[in-house]
Design a protein around this ligand. Structure first.
Ligand SMILES: C[S@@+](CC[C@H](N)C(=O)[O-])C[C@H]1O[C@@H](n2cnc3c(N)ncnc32)[C@H](O)[C@@H]1O
Length: 329
């Protein structure tokens, strides 16, 4: 039998004192994990990134956000600390017995332990697999700190006057690459437009200043998707919380605009952008146009050359390149 990981171990420890039918809610649940506890709690997973959500959906009850009360909650720490503490504040409010914080050393779990142990007694710590899981009684933590964590992580207007939140792409200011792309596509868009990986919606907002018929906004991050709905009110727009890879081939767009992702968590991966280029080629009409921006270093030219013609590559400022390309007729 496989040895229990640190999460299973801490849940097994603390569940001894709980009613037989308890409920456990796991934030930022990992798609690779199989959640097998020796007790069989009612298990609810929270995953706000659509591709991971889809992977969990076949096997578990999964939601993009936490809204219901639970006996135990687990906060797997995300990349952004502000988002992480915001999730802890939410978990504390909705949890009856224990909040567990779980993460790797490289993700900064020790600094969470240090900060939280100064505010509340830690009931248990399991150190295993290059990380830690620790837990505390949510009723004993001071409300003042929670309010502060909640405030800092919530959706608010940023410096550019748009709604965004920590954990979204470029939350405080408009991304420089996107600005360059919007300058470039000024007066060049028409017809049916798709924005792939739209974030909190700035590129779409700019595209809608032009005389286009419709814009479909596709975004996988649930918070970004919610922000985009707050930022854009326009009858021409449809909003999709979706993995771009799941968009059906037969959608026919005249234009695709995008500033594709190049990171998954902490890891940089150019295949993300390459897959976005392939999807753009699939959903465009023959003769349809792609407008994209990317860091100059990212190796996208080979894929663009394979799938498109009339390719223009403009070296922008601040390390970006703009690619305009047409799908062959
Ligand atoms: C570089 S950001 C660009 C955001 C926005 N267009 C802008 O210009 O500020 C890429 C966006 O793609 C989203 N994303 C990543 N993988 C995705 C996927 N598989 N499907 C849909 N969106 C995805 C990310 O959440 C992020 O918001």
């Amino acid at each position: 039998m496989q040895k229990p990981d640190r999460l299973t171990e801490i849940v097994n420890q603390i569940s001894i004192g709980l009613p037989r039918q308890f409920k456990i809610t796991i934030f930022n649940a990992e798609a690779e994990n199989s959640y097998e506890f020796t007790t069989s709690p009612e298990l609810v997973l929270i995953q706000s990134f659509a591709p991971f959500f889809d992977k969990l959906l076949n096997r578990y009850k999964v939601y993009p956000d936490m809204t219901d009360v639970t006996d135990i909650s687990v906060v797997n720490i995300p990349k952004s600390k502000i988002e992480g503490f915001g999730n802890i504040a939410k978990a504390v409010k909705l949890t009856e017995h224990y909040v567990i914080i779980n993460g790797r050393k490289t993700e900064g779990i020790d600094s969470y332990l240090k900060k939280i142990s100064a505010l509340v007694d830690i009931s248990s710590v399991v150190t295993k697999g290059h990380g830690k899981a620790f837990c505390f009684d949510p009723k004993k933590i001071k409300a003042k700190f929670l309010k502060d964590w909640e405030e800092k992580s919530k959706i608010t207007k940023n410096e550019a006057g748009f709604f965004s939140a920590e954990g979204t792409f470029s939350p405080k200011v408009v991304d420089l690459g996107s600005k360059e792309l919007a300058n470039f596509f000024c007066n060049k868009l028409h017809g049916r437009v798709a924005d792939l990986g739209a974030g909190w919606g700035w590129l779409s907002f700019e595209a809608l200043k032009q005389n286009i018929d419709k814009l479909d906004l596709y975004e996988a991050n649930y918070t970004s998707f919610r922000c985009s709905k707050l930022n854009i009110e326009d009858k021409r727009v449809n909003y999709f919380w979706i993995d771009v890879m799941k968009i059906e081939k037969n959608n026919s767009y005249d234009v695709v605009i995008m500033n594709p992702p190049f990171h998954i968590g902490h890891k940089s991966d150019p295949n993300l952008g390459i897959n976005f280029i392939r999807k753009a080629a699939e959903i465009l009409n023959r003769g349809g146009q792609l407008f994209m921006v990317a860091n100059r270093k990212l190796p996208y030219e080979k894929e663009v050359n394979k799938l498109f013609k009339n390719i223009e590559i403009h070296q922008g400022y601040s390390g970006f390149k703009i690619i305009k390309a047409t799908k062959p007729i």
